[in-house]
Design a protein around this ligand. Structure first.
Ligand SMILES: NC(=O)c1ccc[n+]([C@@H]2O[C@H](COP(=O)([O-])OP(=O)(O)OC[C@H]3O[C@@H](n4cnc5c(N)ncnc54)[C@H](O)[C@@H]3O)[C@@H](O)[C@H]2O)c1
Length: 441
């Protein structure tokens, strides 16, 4: 690194390069010793998902944690102790404003708080000149999701949204199989589901009960609402946003378009005291458009919290075959239509039985396609999908290249539009048609 350019200036200039304004050979994210530049990171929200992200970050050599911010001492202590055990000397905070005021050496922040405060936290961090990795769903309201995109643009910093399937090589290769290899033929239908068995509410240890004053200061009126925020309208947009946003995002990604319309029904008659639809069934109409090919595609999506059969996967069907993909690798397979040949490179893969069909297991098949594909599938044995998505974020920062991001805010926003409008469609009991400008910022 040149004398007189400190590490923060270096990373700031990287963001400028990402915006296409400067091109310098210095900006490669590689220090003199050839090792990756360290990136100073804080986390806001160290609950269930925050801890998963922390654990994965510990496997990324150039990430150095400097601060943990959480309003709940239970989460803050758990995370800061773990980080200190791994020699990350972190300061701890309850209030993100104090953290942003005091921590002057940060480069990036991971936001893993409940959805209703994502915009507040992400926008404040971007305005403070920091790159942000923010968990999905972007927000529980479209207006605040929009504010996040605008803040990202104004700051020139990066905002990666936690739809980690976008960095999953199985999904990336599956898209290639549909688009380039044409293994489904002409796409006509998509299906996705996330089914979960009935579950209890979350609890908390008595000794970590927060005082009424602290709860109130941060917008929660009871400990139950603080822990079970997904159940309540103020804090979440319910299961369709919590789980559906991941998978509806895949529909739009694979169909190269956003939905033209949505119809939906939702049930809120099983659980007592839950303000959100526990079970939702949605039909989207899409116009598939890619490289001169086009056609109508209908996509059915359901999220259930009353039965777990089949758990979670997404499925793409056309006149030549059906591809099923999931974060669960056992659920990734291809079934050709009767009488259709499978590609030569798939033929040596041992078939498995799936619901009475002879199916080609996808991971094994992709690994046989090319040496690069084999390498990409081997990575799945070493790294979690969240780690790959975090690495994508940190690599973009190091390279100063926003184009590297697999899920920047501009990509996640149209998904938020498709998902959050399901609620209006359920309430109206009618088909909602989207206008192209609904997806634009
Ligand atoms: N990408 C994924 O696969 C995935 C999976 C699960 C959850 N998530 C997302 O991660 C986020 C967190 O979910 P979770 O299950 O970890 O929830 P959680 O309730 O377990 O954790 C939230 C944490 O945020 C803290 N918090 C709440 N309000 C805060 C505030 N104002 N300032 C600082 N800290 C605050 C809480 O004390 C808690 O420790 C959500 O947006 C959720 O949708 C993503």
């Amino acid at each position: 690194m040149e004398k007189g350019i400190n590490r923060r200036t270096f990373l700031r200039s990287s963001a400028i390069v990402g915006a296409g304004l400067v091109l310098s050979p210095v900006v490669r994210g590689v220090g003199r010793g050839g090792s990756a530049e360290e990136i100073n990171v804080a986390i806001i929200g160290a609950g269930t998902q925050g801890r998963i992200l922390l654990k994965d970050c510990l496997n990324i050599p150039n990430v150095r944690f400097k601060a943990v911010c959480d309003i709940w001492s239970y989460s803050e202590r758990y995370a800061s102790r773990r980080l200190k055990a791994y020699k990350h000397e972190v300061n701890t905070y309850a209030d993100y404003r104090e953290m942003l005021e005091k921590e002057k050496d940060l480069d990036a922040v991971i936001v893993a708080t409940p959805d209703w405060v994502h915009a507040e936290h992400a926008v404040a961090c971007l305005k403070a000149g920091l790159h942000v990795y923010c968990e999905k769903e972007m927000s529980n309201t479209l207006d605040s999701a929009l504010q996040m995109v605008l803040a990202e643009r104004q700051s020139g910093k990066f905002l990666q949204i936690g739809h980690q399937r976008r960095s999953n090589p199985v999904y990336q290769y599956a898209l290639e199989l549909i688009d380039k290899d044409g293994i489904c033929g002409r796409l006509t239908n998509c299906y996705g589901q996330w089914n979960r068995a009935v579950g209890p509410k979350l609890e908390w240890p008595d000794k970590y009960e927060m005082s009424a004053d602290v709860l109130k200061k941060y917008g929660y009126d009871t400990m139950d609402r603080f822990r079970n925020w997904r159940w309540y309208e103020k804090f979440s947009a319910g299961p369709i946003a919590d789980l559906g946003s991941h998978q509806i995002d895949i529909f739009s990604w694979f169909l190269h378009n956003d939905p033209a319309s949505v119809m939906a029904v939702g049930g809120s008659d099983y659980y007592e005291g839950r303000s959100w639809y526990e079970d939702v069934m949605v039909i989207y109409e899409y116009l598939y458009k890619h490289k001169g090919k086009s056609g109508s595609v209908r996509a059915f999506y359901q999220v259930l919290n009353t039965n777990g059969f089949g758990s979670y996967f997404e499925r793409f069907s056309g006149d030549e075959g059906t591809l099923t993909i999931s974060e669960d690798q056992k659920k990734c397979y291809y079934v050709p239509e009767r009488g259709k040949e499978i590609p030569v490179w798939m033929q040596g893969v041992e078939k498995i039985e799936q619901s009475g069909y002879q199916a080609v297991p996808l991971i094994g098949a992709i690994a046989k396609k090319t040496p690069d594909a084999a390498k990409a599938m081997a990575v799945l044995k070493e790294k979690s999908i969240h780690q790959l998505h975090l690495e994508n974020f940190f690599n973009a920062i190091s390279a100063g290249d926003k184009k590297i991001l697999t899920c920047p805010a501009e990509v996640a926003y149209p998904t938020a539009v498709s998902v959050l409008n399901v609620i209006g469609a359920i309430k109206a009991g009618a088909k909602h048609s989207f206008k192209p400008e609904d997806y634009k910022v």
